[in-house]
Design a binder for this molecule. Structure first.
Ligand code: VGL
Ligand code: ZN
Length: 202
């Protein structure tokens, strides 16, 4: 059933590096692809995001001598988890999964391209201030209900959904179309946060 005009599907970071074989593989990450392809057919409006980092990005453990992936460092904007190098712009790992098939997607938002700041949310970078432009796009297009899917459930999907909700969008996350990294309990913490904020989990 085709959704009404105010609805948008936000497809987060379905990129090779987040799928098995990639540099920051999310368990079962590739399994979301057919689910999202099917879901997308019901939406007139689809936005894709792409994690898009320069070489030597400050979120990479390799940029911090002596640090290992999945540890935390203090950044000017707050604590930052360090990751293996991933989604370096124009690399194969940064490309969308080859089977992602959403030709009618109207916008691709790239995020994390500033060397000194990471961006989980599709709306704001990790300082919670630097905008990606998505908020203005959705408002100008009069899209008021956001359905979030993709990778990873407990990072980029979580922060995108939370920002959508806190800016007044009716917000839904389809768990079957998402997979978690789950670093020490982050998947459960995400479900609890969604409950507290009125984000619907289906
Ligand atoms: C993501 C960690 C680092 C994500 C992106 O897409 O969830 N996670 N960069
Ligand atoms: Zn990243």
């Amino acid at each position: 059933m085709v959704k009404r005009d105010g609805e948008v599907l936000l497809v987060i970071d379905v990129q090779n590096d987040f799928c098995p074989g990639g540099r920051l593989a999310v368990p079962g990450g590739h399994e979301v692809v057919p689910v999202i392809n099917r879901l997308a057919r019901d939406f007139r409006h689809v936005v894709l995001t792409q994690d898009w980092h320069p070489e030597g990005h400050s979120s990479f453990a390799s940029s911090h001598p002596g640090k290992t992936p999945f540890s935390t460092v203090a950044m000017p904007y707050g604590p930052q988890t360090l990751w293996p190098d991933h989604c370096t712009w124009d690399s194969d790992g940064a490309r969308f999964h080859a089977e992602l098939d959403i030709p009618h997607a109207g916008l691709i938002i790239r995020k994390g391209f500033r060397p000194e700041i990471d961006s989980y949310s599709a709306f704001f970078e990790n300082d919670h201030k630097t905008p990606t432009g998505l908020l203005g796009y959705l408002r100008e297009r009069q899209l008021t209900r956001v359905t979030c899917v993709g990778l990873a459930f407990d990072y980029c999907v979580r922060y995108s959904a939370e920002d959508a909700r806190s800016h007044g969008f009716d917000t839904i996350v389809v768990e079957e179309a998402s997979r978690a990294i789950d670093l020490n309990g982050t998947a459960d913490a995400t479900r609890a946060s969604f409950r507290d904020r009125g984000i619907k989990l289906t």
